[in-house]
Design a protein around this ligand. Structure first.
Ligand SMILES: *Cc1c(COP(=O)(O)O)cnc(C)c1O
Length: 335
């Protein structure tokens, strides 16, 4: 069966690089949403916990329940609000705030310029009034950068807006609220980190999303993907492979079928621009639902060891490549 290796040392390397930025492991909330970006949430959560991380970020209540016992503090980004002692819910709108039961622990999200989620800064006073009236537990105030990975003013504009919001919150008498706006790109470009938390996603998994103009912290991909041989055959020159016969053997050659396909979340791609594995093997012809064909007859082949390279090939981002790999592919931890 195709499987994924999770490299523990690389994950620890990446987390250590971020601790150098934050100054403390307590300031890292590891983002475990969507099966830990496809890496396997159970395995990543355990390694992060053993490293000393006590805070996590997930997509919804169901994901929170899967990892809750390993962490002290879990930020839930969306879905239904079900109050629970360790969970705090991102609240994205005044309407959502109205629906919060009394004493819900929340992270109030403020839109500082991404315009995807969060209340508008001019709704802050209304929100604060509601929080006080309804006796809601304001644990944190958060925002999200739209383009921290790019050179340009967007990052500074949002950061400045966030500092104003902080001031207002503090002036309203909340002195025990944590503030967080940094994602991986935000922390990777920061020289002096002054916030309470970073919500660390892609950087933990080994991808540095920064524009090349920045001084780059070296991160190491945590995931690598392997497929196993199903069968081999000798192709004679001129014989064709797979659906549509899109690959024609230029010479007599041995080819093998491997047990990975788009049914596993691997990209089907464009047969005219074949993907090439790290050892230089071209995927021959079309990707099937459960199979690909490669030259040679090795028992096992590494299909991908750096999702950024695959992402460039398929015209997407590392996030999408790793997230797409199905949860039922077996994951093993290696050092
Ligand atoms: C996914 C997510 C993050 C993590 O972003 P990365 O770019 O992967 O570090 C942080 N905050 C929020 C609100 C998110 O949805």
């Amino acid at each position: 069966m195709a499987y994924i290796k999770i490299n523990r040392s690389n994950l620890i390397h990446n987390l250590s690089q971020i601790v150098l930025k934050t100054g403390s492991v307590d300031k890292i909330a590891i983002v475990l949403k969507d099966n830990a970006y496809g890496h396997g949430v159970d395995k990543i959560a355990k390694i992060a916990r053993n490293f000393g991380i006590t805070k996590a970020v997930v997509r919804n209540y169901t994901e929170a329940k899967e990892i809750e016992e390993l962490f002290d503090d879990v930020i839930v980004l969306g879905g239904n609000i079900i109050p629970s002692p360790k969970l705090s819910y991102a609240v994205n709108s005044i309407e959502k705030l109205e629906l919060c039961p009394e004493r819900t622990r929340i992270e109030l999200k403020v839109d500082t310029g991404m315009h995807r989620n969060g209340i508008k800064p001019n709704e802050l006073q209304i929100a604060i009034g509601m929080i006080k009236d309804k006796n809601i537990n304001l644990v944190g105030v958060m925002s999200h950068f739209a383009s921290a990975d790019e050179l340009g003013s967007g990052y500074f504009y949002q950061y400045k807006n966030f500092q104003n919001i902080k001031k207002i919150i503090n002036e309203c008498g909340f002195d025990n609220v944590r503030f967080h706006i940094h994602n991986s790109a935000g922390i990777l470009r920061t020289k002096e980190f002054k916030e309470d938390l970073v919500r660390l996603g892609i950087g933990a998994y080994g991808y540095n999303p920064m524009d090349n103009a920045f001084e780059k912290v070296e991160l190491k991909p945590v995931m690598s993907l392997y497929a196993k041989k199903v069968s081999s055959r000798m192709l004679l020159a001129g014989e064709r492979v797979g659906y549509g016969g899109e690959f024609t053997a230029p010479k007599d050659m041995i080819v093998s079928t491997y047990d990975l396909g788009y049914g596993d979340g691997w990209r089907r791609g464009d047969v005219k621009q074949p993907y090439i594995t790290p050892s230089g093997k071209e995927i021959l012809g079309r990707v099937s639902m459960d199979f690909i064909t490669l030259e040679g007859d090795e028992e096992e082949v590494c299909i991908m060891e750096d999702a950024n390279i695959a992402a460039k090939h398929f015209g997407t981002i590392s996030y999408e490549i790793t997230c797409a790999l199905h949860a039922n592919i077996h994951r093993v931890i290696v050092d």
